[in-house]
Structures are given as C-alpha cells and as structure tokens.
Design a protein around this ligand. Structure first.
Ligand code: ZN
Length: 304
C-alpha cells in the first residue's frame, strides 16, 4: 500500500476464487484462503509443493473451513511438512490446525518475539504469538521433499522473522509478504525495519529466480526488474520525506497528508507506520532528529 506508485509495474489482476486448488506449475499448486481485505488483497495464498508427499506453505489464518478445503483437495496425498514464511495472523495460525489433522511438523520461521518498550510502541498485534515451530530454518537451510527441495532465504523487513523459500527445481521463489505483485508490502515498526527491508530487496536482486509466488495475489514475473522498482519507490519515498522536512519540521500525520495523495482512508494508519519506518531509519542514519526516540507522535526535523 501507499500512494503514487506509477513507477512500479503492479499486477492487480484478481487471482482465482478462494477454496479452489489451482495448479500453477508442475510442482506448485495454490489455494487462496477466504480472507480478502485491504491488506490481504484476494486472501492469503496457501501453496502446495510436490505431488503425493507434499509441503504446504503458509496454511493461512485461523479458519477451519480453509484447512478443511485444503485437506479435502489433498485427499490421498500426505502432507509431509508445514512451512511458514512469517508469523502474521493471516499466514501462520492455520499451521496448527493443519498439524492437528495431519501430524506433519511445522518448519520455517522462528516464533515472534514481542519487542517490549519499543520507542515506537507495541504495534505487533498483527502477530500470531502462539506459533510454535518444530524446526526453525536459518538462511540457506534446505528442506528435502520428494522430487523437490525448499531453501530458506532470510528476508527480514516486513517481519523480523520473515523467510522466503526458493524452489530450485523450477527456479522459483515463494516470496511471502516480502515482495508481492499487487502492492508494496507494509514495513511497520518496531518489528518491521526499513533498513532490513531494503537489504532484503538487495538480497533478492542478487538472485536469478525466474518467478515469485507471493503470499497474496498472483505471481511476480521479471522479478529482478520488479524488485529494482520497489527499491526505487522506497528511495523516492525517503526523498519526499526529506524534502517535506526541508520545508518545515513535521509530525508523521502532516507528512502523510502531504505525500500520500488520494490515499484510501483505510490505509492512513498503515501509511503512518510506513513513514515511521522511514524516519526510524533516517534517525538511525543521523539524517533526521526527533527530539528523542522515533515515535508516531514525535515532531521530526532535518539534522544539522
Ligand atoms: Zn505479513
């Protein structure tokens, strides 16, 4: 989400309806959870990798009907691994329901550790605190499936525990919420960190994946070009914030009103968090001062 983004080649074409298992490639199938919304687009994408003995990536929200539809579509097959990209509530809670039905281990991202007393406040209500992985994967760790493998690519920024998963057999990457075709991702402090997000974009740009399968919406084709546009967009946003502060010292509310033109009002709070993420980064880099820690209510000024 965020305002003028003509520089990014978004693809907002609607994905298939929720509840249907769709084959996307020889090794990848997808079922969309019934949780559409301003932050989830058409709903969370649950991916099935392999055939016969499969891995399920991001079982989605706490929704028994979605898990029932998923297991029904996988009748006669075995869920060998339940893989989770990050612990936002629209991605990980379904893992426990799927585990209860299949007994498969939950692997992937670490549990979320709430940041106490963060200057920017406790803004991590979007996290699933009950996530309890059987195995945590670190960057480069490989899961072996039948006829495929999944390699963890640590990509903090949207969430500190965020992992993407590469599928080398198809030169594909499950990009979670880090990179999506339909929208920019949300980077909301304290768990979301802009500097980490930018570094994670650089990390993906250095790879040669041919296609991304995101946590929401359809695939990202020409991913290197797309990721370059995302990074450019954030740098432009940073310049807009610095220009705004060059004219006068400002609060986040004032900056959002100035630089997010025509913003959907449901996204105002998220826009504020995104600006906070930029300001936190700029304070850290010594370019901006907040008269104290970077918070949602502070007044910001250029330093020097
Ligand atoms: Zn998320």
């Amino acid at each position: 989400m965020s305002a003028p983004q003509d520089d990014i080649p978004f693809d907002k074409s609607p994905a298939a309806p929720s509840g249907e298992m769709l084959r996307l490639s020889p090794l990848v199938r997808r079922m969309i959870a019934p949780n559409p919304g301003p932050f989830t687009f058409t709903g969370t994408c649950t991916y099935v990798v392999g055939q016969g003995r499969v891995a399920v990536i991001d079982p989605g929200p706490d929704d028994a009907a979605h898990i029932a539809a998923l297991t029904a579509a996988l009748a006669g097959e075995t869920v060998a691994q339940i893989v989770v990209t990050h612990t936002h509530r629209d991605h990980s809670p379904g893992a426990r329901q799927l585990q209860a039905l299949t007994g498969a281990p939950i692997v992937g991202c670490a549990r979320h550790v709430p940041i106490e007393n963060a200057p920017s406040g406790r803004l991590d209500a979007s996290h699933d605190l009950d996530h309890a992985p059987d195995q945590v994967l670190a960057d480069g760790d490989q899961l072996e499936g039948e006829g495929f493998s999944l390699v963890a690519v640590a990509t903090p920024g949207h969430a500190s525990n965020h992992l993407c998963f590469a599928l080398p057999q198809e030169n594909a990457l499950f990009s979670g919420d880090h990179v999506m075709a339909w929208s920019t991702t949300i980077v909301a402090p304290p768990d979301g960190v802009m500097g980490d997000y930018m570094a994670s974009l650089d990390k993906l740009r250095a790879r040669d994946d041919a296609i991304y399968w995101p946590g929401h919406g359809g695939p990202v084709r020409e991913p290197q070009r797309f990721v370059r546009a995302l990074a450019h967009h954030r740098r432009q946003r940073e310049i807009s914030i610095l220009n705004s502060l060059g004219r006068r010292e400002s609060t986040i509310e004032e900056i959002v009103a100035e630089i997010y033109v025509g913003l959907d009002s449901r996204l105002t709070k998220a826009a504020g968090l995104s600006v906070l993420a930029h300001l936190e980064d700029l304070v850290l880099r010594g370019a901006v001062e907040a008269g104290g820690p970077a918070t949602l209510s502070a007044t910001y000024a250029l330093k020097g």
